[in-house]
Design a protein around this ligand. Structure first.
Ligand code: ZN
Length: 409
């Protein structure tokens, strides 16, 4: 130890902090989880920045105190997408950091995996951790135990918070009072009451959609009908300055499928139709892939809750019809049996979409078709090319390109 004069805390904590720590950076990690919290908890942010003074009191010169506060306003359930936390881990891993300071340190990583990763790496590089309660040395067994416990407790706390919030939503949904966005054909009044859309034409389009689907029996057929007659869906804007105003949008296959599957039209209040499937979820996209459940598997299902466009029987019939049609659509679109040489390899020169193969005459002839717009938007086919001539042309080109190689051998 040097003869330098330190503040009283220094002497209290000198066991945990050594010159080796002082020689490296002191990192003050500031975080608040959501934007609302940033606004509400100015005080907490002030305390967090106060840690800079504490580090100075423990002997760190101002130029070796670093503040990382990039995570302001980001939720902390996981360190993914949180560059501040990643930067912290990187700095520790480069042996630049002697001490990390934060308010309730375990909260900086709300996911236990992140927290233990940080502890592990701090133990390896002899980095100390400090919060408002004290200083910890992650390579010391007792400190490590305490830090681990703190991490577990904040994870449990987060879990309880989430559960309470979910339970609240679920209870509200069970009473049919949880509001969610309604499909075309309905409006929610400021009083909370839900009625048919007052615009007569919007109602007519929805009724027509169900009538035609019953007659035609397929989604593509229904789409073609809509396109041929230039029928558009009346959608009320949900956000922005035009909120609540009517827009007429051309339908596509996905929209029509969603509408036909929506139990609201049969008068049912259904909550929890889409539930997260952790196996298909892509990292960083919390709500990206959600498996849709049919009404019997919904969390809450209250029949005869809203005014209905169709009966429950017709709704079930529609679902059955859609899934029986889907069998064919589910076939893989990649290379299949058949003589087409270039299946899955060609892209349309006009619109850039992948060409699909059409077999004719029991598979004797084939052609390459750009039909994306035709299938999804009911527009005419973009272009079509004879398969046999094209295959022959490409074969000749490939063989020609290979010839010199063969000769050289
Ligand atoms: Zn095309």
């Amino acid at each position: 130890m040097t003869d330098q004069v330190h503040s009283p805390e220094w002497y209290l904590n000198s066991e945990k902090l050594t010159l080796e720590h002082l020689g490296r950076l002191a990192v003050v990690y500031v975080r608040q989880s959501t934007l609302q919290q940033v606004l509400d908890h100015q005080e907490s942010t002030r305390i967090q920045y106060g840690l800079v003074k504490r580090a100075a009191a423990w002997g760190w010169p101002a130029d070796r105190i670093m503040v990382i506060d990039e995570d302001q306003g980001k939720s902390g359930a996981s360190a993914e997408n949180r560059s501040g936390f990643q930067r912290l881990v990187t700095e520790v891993g480069l042996n630049h950091v002697g001490l990390i300071l934060g308010v309730e340190m375990s909260r900086l990583a709300r996911c236990s995996k992140d927290w233990h990763q940080l502890l592990e790496i701090c133990a390896l590089f002899g980095t100390a951790i400090a919060d408002l309660d004290g200083i910890y040395n992650p390579s010391d067994y007792n400190d490590r135990l305490l830090l681990g416990l703190k991490g577990t407790m904040s994870e449990a706390e987060l879990h309880l918070l989430k559960q309470r919030m979910m339970q609240g939503r679920l209870n509200k949904a069970r009473r049919g009072q949880l509001g969610f966005s309604l499909p075309s054909g309905y409006v929610r009044h400021p009083s909370g009451e839900v009625t048919f859309d007052p615009d007569e034409q919007v109602q007519q389009v929805i009724r027509l959609m169900f009538r035609k689907f019953e007659q035609i029996g397929s989604l593509s057929g229904l789409l073609r009908y809509f396109v041929e007659h230039d029928i558009r869906l009346g959608i009320r804007s949900r956000t922005g300055i035009n909120k609540g105003e009517l827009e007429w949008r051309r339908p596509n296959k996905a929209t029509l499928s969603c509408l036909l599957k929506n139990p609201t039209y049969a008068g049912a209040y259904a909550y929890g139709r889409r539930q997260r499937n952790p196996r298909t979820q892509r990292p960083g996209h919390p709500a990206s892939v959600r498996q849709a459940y049919h009404p019997p598997d919904c969390r809450v299902l209250i029949k005869d809750h809203w005014p209905a466009y169709i009966s429950w029987q017709q709704y079930e019939w529609n679902l059955a019809q859609l899934s029986s049609n889907q069998y064919r659509a589910n076939q893989p679109g990649v290379v299949r049996h058949g003589p087409a040489l270039l299946a899955g390899l060609l892209h349309c020169g006009k619109c850039g979409r992948r060409l699909s193969v059409n077999y004719l005459g029991r598979g004797l002839y084939h052609s390459y078709v750009c039909c994306y717009l035709a299938v999804h938007y009911g527009e005419p086919v973009c272009q079509q090319l004879g398969g046999i001539a094209l295959d022959r042309c490409v074969t000749e080109q490939v063989l020609m390109a290979l010839k010199p190689v063969l000769l050289q051998k």
